[in-house]
Design a protein around this ligand. Structure first.
Ligand SMILES: O=C(O)Cc1cc(O)ccc1O
Ligand SMILES: [Fe+2]
Length: 443
Protein backbone atom coordinates (compact mmCIF):
# COMPACT_ATOMS: atom_id res chain seq x y z
CA UNK A 1 0.00 0.00 0.00
CA UNK A 2 1.32 3.48 -0.83
CA UNK A 3 1.79 5.93 2.02
CA UNK A 4 -1.15 7.96 0.67
CA UNK A 5 -3.42 4.87 0.74
CA UNK A 6 -2.28 4.04 4.25
CA UNK A 7 -2.92 7.60 5.45
CA UNK A 8 -6.38 7.51 3.83
CA UNK A 9 -7.22 4.26 5.66
CA UNK A 10 -6.22 5.88 8.96
CA UNK A 11 -8.17 9.06 8.11
CA UNK A 12 -11.34 7.17 7.28
CA UNK A 13 -11.36 5.35 10.64
CA UNK A 14 -10.97 8.41 12.87
CA UNK A 15 -13.33 9.11 15.77
CA UNK A 16 -14.09 12.66 16.94
CA UNK A 17 -15.50 14.59 19.87
CA UNK A 18 -18.07 17.18 18.86
CA UNK A 19 -18.84 20.77 19.78
CA UNK A 20 -17.18 24.18 19.55
CA UNK A 21 -15.30 25.49 22.60
CA UNK A 22 -16.20 22.50 24.72
CA UNK A 23 -14.24 21.10 27.64
CA UNK A 24 -13.30 17.89 25.88
CA UNK A 25 -11.51 14.94 27.47
CA UNK A 26 -9.92 11.96 25.75
CA UNK A 27 -7.59 9.09 26.58
CA UNK A 28 -5.93 6.72 24.11
CA UNK A 29 -5.21 4.25 26.91
CA UNK A 30 -7.86 3.59 29.58
CA UNK A 31 -6.88 5.14 32.91
CA UNK A 32 -4.39 7.63 31.41
CA UNK A 33 -6.49 10.67 32.33
CA UNK A 34 -6.36 11.65 36.02
CA UNK A 35 -9.78 11.98 37.59
CA UNK A 36 -10.74 14.95 39.74
CA UNK A 37 -7.42 16.80 39.50
CA UNK A 38 -5.06 18.04 36.79
CA UNK A 39 -1.71 17.43 38.40
CA UNK A 40 -1.64 14.46 40.78
CA UNK A 41 1.58 13.75 42.65
CA UNK A 42 2.23 10.97 40.15
CA UNK A 43 0.20 11.10 36.92
CA UNK A 44 -1.34 7.76 35.81
CA UNK A 45 0.72 5.22 33.85
CA UNK A 46 3.97 7.13 34.47
CA UNK A 47 2.90 10.01 32.22
CA UNK A 48 3.98 13.62 32.66
CA UNK A 49 1.25 16.23 33.27
CA UNK A 50 1.63 19.53 31.40
CA UNK A 51 -0.58 22.56 30.83
CA UNK A 52 -0.77 24.33 27.47
CA UNK A 53 -2.22 27.84 27.85
CA UNK A 54 -3.90 29.58 24.91
CA UNK A 55 -5.03 32.57 26.98
CA UNK A 56 -3.53 34.40 29.94
CA UNK A 57 -4.40 32.61 33.19
CA UNK A 58 -6.58 35.53 34.21
CA UNK A 59 -8.67 36.16 31.09
CA UNK A 60 -12.44 36.04 31.61
CA UNK A 61 -13.83 32.54 31.80
CA UNK A 62 -15.70 32.97 28.48
CA UNK A 63 -12.42 33.37 26.60
CA UNK A 64 -10.10 31.40 28.87
CA UNK A 65 -8.38 28.57 27.00
CA UNK A 66 -6.07 25.88 28.20
CA UNK A 67 -5.58 22.14 27.94
CA UNK A 68 -3.88 19.59 30.16
CA UNK A 69 -1.75 17.05 28.33
CA UNK A 70 -0.56 13.71 29.75
CA UNK A 71 2.50 12.74 27.79
CA UNK A 72 5.33 10.20 27.60
CA UNK A 73 7.99 12.93 27.87
CA UNK A 74 7.40 16.46 29.10
CA UNK A 75 7.83 19.16 26.43
CA UNK A 76 10.86 20.55 28.29
CA UNK A 77 12.90 17.51 27.17
CA UNK A 78 14.49 19.06 24.10
CA UNK A 79 17.84 20.43 22.94
CA UNK A 80 18.35 24.09 21.98
CA UNK A 81 16.53 25.44 18.92
CA UNK A 82 18.60 26.98 16.16
CA UNK A 83 17.59 29.32 13.37
CA UNK A 84 16.92 27.71 9.99
CA UNK A 85 15.92 29.28 6.67
CA UNK A 86 12.39 30.72 6.52
CA UNK A 87 11.85 29.59 2.92
CA UNK A 88 8.86 31.46 1.48
CA UNK A 89 7.29 32.11 4.89
CA UNK A 90 6.93 35.74 5.93
CA UNK A 91 5.53 37.36 9.06
CA UNK A 92 4.05 40.68 10.15
CA UNK A 93 4.98 43.46 10.21
CA UNK A 94 4.93 43.26 6.42
CA UNK A 95 7.34 45.85 5.10
CA UNK A 96 8.71 44.37 1.85
CA UNK A 97 6.21 46.37 -0.23
CA UNK A 98 3.95 49.33 0.38
CA UNK A 99 0.23 48.64 0.86
CA UNK A 100 -1.42 48.77 -2.57
CA UNK A 101 -4.86 50.34 -3.15
CA UNK A 102 -5.23 48.47 -6.45
CA UNK A 103 -7.44 45.47 -6.92
CA UNK A 104 -5.14 42.46 -7.18
CA UNK A 105 -5.81 38.93 -8.34
CA UNK A 106 -3.57 35.90 -8.59
CA UNK A 107 -3.73 32.64 -10.52
CA UNK A 108 -2.87 29.48 -8.58
CA UNK A 109 0.82 28.87 -7.90
CA UNK A 110 2.53 26.12 -9.92
CA UNK A 111 3.13 22.67 -8.42
CA UNK A 112 6.14 22.64 -6.10
CA UNK A 113 9.27 20.55 -6.69
CA UNK A 114 8.83 16.83 -5.90
CA UNK A 115 9.45 16.06 -2.24
CA UNK A 116 7.79 19.23 -0.88
CA UNK A 117 5.91 18.79 2.39
CA UNK A 118 3.28 21.08 3.97
CA UNK A 119 5.78 23.29 5.82
CA UNK A 120 8.27 23.45 2.92
CA UNK A 121 5.37 24.43 0.66
CA UNK A 122 4.07 27.39 2.70
CA UNK A 123 4.21 30.62 0.66
CA UNK A 124 3.15 33.89 2.21
CA UNK A 125 0.99 36.23 0.14
CA UNK A 126 0.71 39.06 2.65
CA UNK A 127 -0.89 40.20 5.85
CA UNK A 128 -1.08 42.89 8.48
CA UNK A 129 -0.48 43.70 12.14
CA UNK A 130 2.49 42.57 14.13
CA UNK A 131 3.03 38.97 15.22
CA UNK A 132 5.03 39.99 18.29
CA UNK A 133 2.14 42.28 19.35
CA UNK A 134 -0.32 39.44 18.73
CA UNK A 135 -2.40 41.51 16.30
CA UNK A 136 -3.26 40.97 12.66
CA UNK A 137 -3.03 38.06 10.32
CA UNK A 138 -1.13 36.51 7.44
CA UNK A 139 -2.39 34.84 4.29
CA UNK A 140 -0.39 31.83 3.15
CA UNK A 141 -0.80 29.32 0.34
CA UNK A 142 0.44 25.75 0.67
CA UNK A 143 1.29 23.09 -1.89
CA UNK A 144 2.68 19.66 -1.07
CA UNK A 145 3.21 16.20 -2.45
CA UNK A 146 5.03 14.59 0.48
CA UNK A 147 4.31 13.73 4.10
CA UNK A 148 6.11 15.34 7.00
CA UNK A 149 8.03 12.26 8.12
CA UNK A 150 9.79 12.55 11.49
CA UNK A 151 9.13 16.27 11.19
CA UNK A 152 6.78 18.28 13.38
CA UNK A 153 5.76 21.95 13.24
CA UNK A 154 4.30 24.42 15.70
CA UNK A 155 3.45 28.09 15.36
CA UNK A 156 3.97 30.33 18.38
CA UNK A 157 2.88 33.36 16.34
CA UNK A 158 -0.73 32.39 15.89
CA UNK A 159 -3.37 29.83 15.16
CA UNK A 160 -3.60 28.33 11.69
CA UNK A 161 -6.88 28.05 9.83
CA UNK A 162 -6.18 25.59 7.02
CA UNK A 163 -8.49 25.68 3.99
CA UNK A 164 -7.80 22.74 1.65
CA UNK A 165 -8.61 23.45 -1.97
CA UNK A 166 -7.15 20.38 -3.64
CA UNK A 167 -6.59 17.00 -1.96
CA UNK A 168 -7.18 15.93 1.62
CA UNK A 169 -4.92 16.25 4.63
CA UNK A 170 -4.33 13.98 7.61
CA UNK A 171 -3.22 16.17 10.49
CA UNK A 172 -1.36 14.37 13.25
CA UNK A 173 -1.53 16.69 16.28
CA UNK A 174 -0.64 16.46 19.94
CA UNK A 175 -4.37 15.94 20.57
CA UNK A 176 -4.85 13.19 17.98
CA UNK A 177 -5.60 13.07 14.27
CA UNK A 178 -7.91 15.09 12.07
CA UNK A 179 -8.89 14.66 8.45
CA UNK A 180 -9.54 17.77 6.38
CA UNK A 181 -10.76 17.47 2.79
CA UNK A 182 -11.56 20.28 0.33
CA UNK A 183 -14.81 21.84 1.58
CA UNK A 184 -13.68 21.39 5.18
CA UNK A 185 -11.43 23.62 7.26
CA UNK A 186 -9.05 22.69 10.07
CA UNK A 187 -7.81 24.85 12.90
CA UNK A 188 -4.53 24.28 14.73
CA UNK A 189 -4.35 26.46 17.87
CA UNK A 190 -1.33 28.56 18.69
CA UNK A 191 1.58 26.44 19.89
CA UNK A 192 0.06 23.04 19.14
CA UNK A 193 2.52 20.70 17.45
CA UNK A 194 1.44 18.80 14.36
CA UNK A 195 2.56 17.17 11.16
CA UNK A 196 0.73 16.80 7.88
CA UNK A 197 0.31 13.78 5.62
CA UNK A 198 -1.30 14.37 2.21
CA UNK A 199 -4.27 12.11 1.46
CA UNK A 200 -3.78 12.66 -2.27
CA UNK A 201 -0.66 12.72 -4.45
CA UNK A 202 -0.83 16.54 -4.65
CA UNK A 203 -2.48 18.86 -2.15
CA UNK A 204 -2.98 22.59 -2.18
CA UNK A 205 -4.86 25.21 -0.23
CA UNK A 206 -4.93 28.38 1.82
CA UNK A 207 -3.93 29.21 5.40
CA UNK A 208 -5.01 32.13 7.55
CA UNK A 209 -2.47 32.63 10.30
CA UNK A 210 -4.29 34.57 12.98
CA UNK A 211 -1.96 36.42 15.36
CA UNK A 212 -4.89 37.92 17.29
CA UNK A 213 -7.61 36.58 19.56
CA UNK A 214 -8.54 32.98 18.77
CA UNK A 215 -11.32 32.44 16.26
CA UNK A 216 -14.70 32.05 17.87
CA UNK A 217 -18.27 31.71 16.65
CA UNK A 218 -19.96 35.03 15.85
CA UNK A 219 -22.88 36.19 17.99
CA UNK A 220 -26.20 35.49 16.32
CA UNK A 221 -28.19 38.50 17.54
CA UNK A 222 -31.72 38.51 16.12
CA UNK A 223 -30.97 35.37 14.08
CA UNK A 224 -31.61 33.51 17.33
CA UNK A 225 -30.13 30.48 19.03
CA UNK A 226 -29.30 28.50 15.87
CA UNK A 227 -27.82 29.09 12.48
CA UNK A 228 -24.67 29.91 10.54
CA UNK A 229 -21.98 27.49 11.75
CA UNK A 230 -23.66 25.41 14.45
CA UNK A 231 -21.41 24.61 17.42
CA UNK A 232 -22.21 20.90 17.35
CA UNK A 233 -20.73 20.49 13.87
CA UNK A 234 -17.16 21.27 14.97
CA UNK A 235 -15.11 18.14 15.57
CA UNK A 236 -12.09 17.77 17.84
CA UNK A 237 -9.72 14.79 17.71
CA UNK A 238 -9.63 11.95 20.17
CA UNK A 239 -6.28 11.16 21.80
CA UNK A 240 -3.75 9.23 19.70
CA UNK A 241 -0.02 9.19 20.33
CA UNK A 242 3.25 8.34 18.63
CA UNK A 243 5.63 6.31 20.80
CA UNK A 244 8.68 6.99 18.67
CA UNK A 245 12.28 6.97 19.90
CA UNK A 246 14.31 8.20 16.93
CA UNK A 247 15.42 11.61 15.69
CA UNK A 248 12.47 13.90 14.93
CA UNK A 249 12.98 17.39 13.51
CA UNK A 250 10.81 19.88 15.39
CA UNK A 251 10.25 23.26 13.72
CA UNK A 252 8.89 26.23 15.61
CA UNK A 253 7.79 29.49 14.01
CA UNK A 254 8.58 32.16 16.56
CA UNK A 255 8.19 35.91 15.94
CA UNK A 256 8.56 35.39 12.24
CA UNK A 257 11.49 33.01 12.09
CA UNK A 258 11.78 29.27 11.84
CA UNK A 259 13.74 27.52 14.57
CA UNK A 260 14.65 23.83 14.56
CA UNK A 261 15.69 21.23 17.10
CA UNK A 262 16.23 17.53 16.62
CA UNK A 263 14.48 15.64 19.40
CA UNK A 264 15.28 12.02 20.24
CA UNK A 265 11.54 11.26 20.29
CA UNK A 266 8.28 12.46 18.77
CA UNK A 267 6.58 15.24 20.74
CA UNK A 268 3.25 13.92 19.44
CA UNK A 269 3.36 11.62 22.48
CA UNK A 270 0.24 12.77 24.33
CA UNK A 271 -1.63 9.71 25.64
CA UNK A 272 -4.53 11.61 27.20
CA UNK A 273 -5.74 15.19 27.43
CA UNK A 274 -8.56 17.41 28.52
CA UNK A 275 -9.36 21.05 27.91
CA UNK A 276 -10.66 23.62 25.46
CA UNK A 277 -7.47 24.75 23.65
CA UNK A 278 -7.86 22.10 20.97
CA UNK A 279 -7.62 21.63 17.21
CA UNK A 280 -10.80 21.08 15.24
CA UNK A 281 -12.30 20.55 11.80
CA UNK A 282 -15.51 21.91 10.33
CA UNK A 283 -17.32 20.90 7.16
CA UNK A 284 -18.36 24.09 5.32
CA UNK A 285 -21.23 22.17 3.72
CA UNK A 286 -22.84 22.10 7.17
CA UNK A 287 -23.00 25.92 7.18
CA UNK A 288 -26.57 27.12 7.65
CA UNK A 289 -26.66 29.89 5.08
CA UNK A 290 -29.09 32.68 5.81
CA UNK A 291 -30.20 35.33 3.32
CA UNK A 292 -33.04 37.57 2.30
CA UNK A 293 -36.51 36.24 1.58
CA UNK A 294 -37.74 39.67 0.54
CA UNK A 295 -35.44 42.08 -1.30
CA UNK A 296 -31.89 43.48 -1.50
CA UNK A 297 -28.54 41.78 -1.13
CA UNK A 298 -27.64 41.44 2.58
CA UNK A 299 -24.09 42.14 3.70
CA UNK A 300 -21.88 39.04 3.71
CA UNK A 301 -21.39 39.22 7.48
CA UNK A 302 -24.28 36.73 7.59
CA UNK A 303 -21.84 34.24 6.03
CA UNK A 304 -19.32 34.49 8.89
CA UNK A 305 -18.13 31.07 10.02
CA UNK A 306 -15.55 32.22 12.57
CA UNK A 307 -14.47 35.60 13.86
CA UNK A 308 -11.39 36.83 15.66
CA UNK A 309 -12.58 39.80 17.70
CA UNK A 310 -10.38 42.84 18.17
CA UNK A 311 -10.51 45.39 20.97
CA UNK A 312 -13.47 47.18 19.30
CA UNK A 313 -16.78 45.31 19.51
CA UNK A 314 -18.00 44.20 16.07
CA UNK A 315 -14.70 45.08 14.40
CA UNK A 316 -12.92 41.81 13.65
CA UNK A 317 -9.17 41.37 13.44
CA UNK A 318 -10.19 38.78 10.88
CA UNK A 319 -13.42 37.07 9.88
CA UNK A 320 -13.57 33.80 8.01
CA UNK A 321 -16.58 33.98 5.67
CA UNK A 322 -17.96 31.31 3.35
CA UNK A 323 -20.10 31.71 0.22
CA UNK A 324 -21.81 28.33 0.39
CA UNK A 325 -24.55 26.94 -1.88
CA UNK A 326 -27.80 28.86 -1.37
CA UNK A 327 -31.01 30.06 -2.97
CA UNK A 328 -31.44 33.61 -4.20
CA UNK A 329 -35.05 34.77 -4.22
CA UNK A 330 -34.80 38.56 -3.72
CA UNK A 331 -37.51 40.45 -5.60
CA UNK A 332 -36.58 43.53 -7.65
CA UNK A 333 -33.02 42.96 -6.52
CA UNK A 334 -29.60 42.99 -8.13
CA UNK A 335 -28.71 39.60 -6.72
CA UNK A 336 -24.92 39.18 -7.01
CA UNK A 337 -22.58 41.06 -4.63
CA UNK A 338 -23.11 44.79 -5.08
CA UNK A 339 -20.55 47.42 -6.12
CA UNK A 340 -18.90 48.63 -2.97
CA UNK A 341 -15.98 50.15 -1.13
CA UNK A 342 -15.30 48.65 2.27
CA UNK A 343 -13.32 49.92 5.24
CA UNK A 344 -12.40 46.27 5.80
CA UNK A 345 -9.88 44.53 3.53
CA UNK A 346 -10.99 41.44 1.69
CA UNK A 347 -8.90 38.49 0.53
CA UNK A 348 -10.98 35.94 -1.37
CA UNK A 349 -10.13 32.39 -2.31
CA UNK A 350 -12.02 29.76 -4.25
CA UNK A 351 -12.26 26.13 -3.13
CA UNK A 352 -14.23 24.89 -6.12
CA UNK A 353 -16.31 25.99 -9.08
CA UNK A 354 -17.04 29.67 -9.66
CA UNK A 355 -18.00 32.74 -7.61
CA UNK A 356 -21.22 34.56 -8.41
CA UNK A 357 -19.64 38.02 -8.79
CA UNK A 358 -16.86 36.94 -11.12
CA UNK A 359 -16.30 35.13 -14.36
CA UNK A 360 -14.20 31.98 -13.90
CA UNK A 361 -12.04 30.17 -16.41
CA UNK A 362 -8.61 31.07 -17.73
CA UNK A 363 -7.51 34.49 -16.57
CA UNK A 364 -10.55 34.74 -14.27
CA UNK A 365 -11.16 33.93 -10.60
CA UNK A 366 -10.28 30.25 -10.40
CA UNK A 367 -9.91 27.60 -7.65
CA UNK A 368 -6.53 27.95 -5.97
CA UNK A 369 -6.29 31.59 -7.03
CA UNK A 370 -7.15 34.60 -4.91
CA UNK A 371 -8.08 38.25 -4.99
CA UNK A 372 -7.22 41.13 -2.68
CA UNK A 373 -9.52 44.13 -2.42
CA UNK A 374 -7.83 46.34 0.12
CA UNK A 375 -9.50 48.91 2.36
CA UNK A 376 -11.75 51.29 0.35
CA UNK A 377 -10.84 49.82 -3.04
CA UNK A 378 -13.82 49.84 -5.40
CA UNK A 379 -14.90 46.36 -6.41
CA UNK A 380 -17.92 44.17 -7.02
CA UNK A 381 -19.45 42.34 -9.94
CA UNK A 382 -17.43 42.27 -13.12
CA UNK A 383 -19.02 43.73 -16.26
CA UNK A 384 -20.20 40.36 -17.55
CA UNK A 385 -21.88 39.55 -14.22
CA UNK A 386 -23.41 43.03 -14.01
CA UNK A 387 -24.90 42.82 -17.50
CA UNK A 388 -26.31 39.34 -16.92
CA UNK A 389 -27.75 39.99 -13.46
CA UNK A 390 -29.30 43.33 -14.51
CA UNK A 391 -31.26 41.55 -17.24
CA UNK A 392 -31.97 38.24 -15.49
CA UNK A 393 -35.49 37.02 -14.95
CA UNK A 394 -35.89 36.95 -11.16
CA UNK A 395 -37.02 33.41 -10.60
CA UNK A 396 -35.79 31.59 -7.47
CA UNK A 397 -32.24 30.68 -8.37
CA UNK A 398 -29.98 28.12 -6.74
CA UNK A 399 -26.33 29.20 -6.54
CA UNK A 400 -24.52 25.93 -6.05
CA UNK A 401 -21.72 25.83 -8.55
CA UNK A 402 -18.93 26.98 -6.25
CA UNK A 403 -17.48 27.38 -2.81
CA UNK A 404 -15.67 30.67 -2.20
CA UNK A 405 -14.41 32.15 1.06
CA UNK A 406 -13.04 35.40 2.39
CA UNK A 407 -10.50 36.39 5.03
CA UNK A 408 -11.86 39.85 5.89
CA UNK A 409 -9.72 41.99 8.14
CA UNK A 410 -9.88 45.40 9.79
CA UNK A 411 -6.35 46.29 8.66
CA UNK A 412 -5.08 46.70 5.07
CA UNK A 413 -3.15 43.74 3.72
CA UNK A 414 0.39 44.37 2.51
CA UNK A 415 1.65 41.88 -0.06
CA UNK A 416 5.00 40.17 0.31
CA UNK A 417 7.62 40.90 -2.36
CA UNK A 418 7.14 37.42 -3.81
CA UNK A 419 3.37 38.00 -4.14
CA UNK A 420 3.75 41.49 -5.60
CA UNK A 421 6.20 40.20 -8.22
CA UNK A 422 4.65 36.78 -8.83
CA UNK A 423 4.07 35.85 -12.48
CA UNK A 424 0.67 34.61 -11.24
CA UNK A 425 -0.43 38.19 -10.49
CA UNK A 426 -2.96 38.99 -13.22
CA UNK A 427 -1.81 42.19 -14.97
CA UNK A 428 -5.22 42.99 -16.51
CA UNK A 429 -7.51 42.40 -13.53
CA UNK A 430 -8.90 45.97 -13.72
CA UNK A 431 -10.29 45.17 -17.16
CA UNK A 432 -13.04 42.98 -15.68
CA UNK A 433 -14.71 46.29 -14.82
CA UNK A 434 -13.91 47.83 -18.19
CA UNK A 435 -16.78 48.75 -20.51
CA UNK A 436 -19.31 49.44 -17.75
CA UNK A 437 -21.27 51.74 -19.98
CA UNK A 438 -22.77 55.07 -19.07
CA UNK A 439 -26.52 54.39 -18.98
CA UNK A 440 -27.65 57.62 -17.34
CA UNK A 441 -30.22 59.63 -19.16
CA UNK A 442 -31.49 62.75 -17.49
CA UNK A 443 -35.27 62.90 -17.79
O1 LIG B 1 -16.42 41.49 -2.62
C1 LIG B 1 -16.97 40.39 -2.53
O2 LIG B 1 -17.27 39.71 -3.51
C2 LIG B 1 -17.39 39.89 -1.16
C3 LIG B 1 -18.73 40.40 -0.85
C4 LIG B 1 -19.84 39.65 -1.09
C5 LIG B 1 -21.08 40.14 -0.85
O3 LIG B 1 -22.14 39.33 -1.07
C6 LIG B 1 -21.27 41.44 -0.44
C7 LIG B 1 -20.15 42.23 -0.16
C8 LIG B 1 -18.88 41.70 -0.36
O4 LIG B 1 -17.77 42.39 -0.05
FE1 LIG C 1 -16.19 42.91 -1.22
Amino acid sequence: MSSVDEARKTAEALAYATGFGNEHASEAVPGALPIGRNSPQRAPLGLYAEQLSGSAFTEPRACNRRSWLYRIRPSVAHPAFERVANGALRTAPFTETVPDPNRLRWDPLPEPPAGTDFVDGLWTLGGNGDAAQRTGMAIHLYRADSPMTDKVFSDSDGELLIVPERGGLLLHTEFGRLRAEPGEVALIPRGVRFRVEPLDPFVRGYVCENYGAPFTLPDLGPIGANGLANARDFRAPTAAYEDVERPVLVLNKFCGNLWAATYDHSPLDVVAWHGNHVPYVYDLRRFNTIGTISYDHPDPSIFTVLTSPSDTPGLAGVDFVVFAPRWLVGEDTFRPPYFHRNVMSEYMGLIEGAYDAKTGGRGGFVPGGGSLHNMMSAHGPDRETFDKASAAELRPQRVDDGLAFMFETRWPVTATAQAARAPELQPAYDEVWGGLRRNFRAP
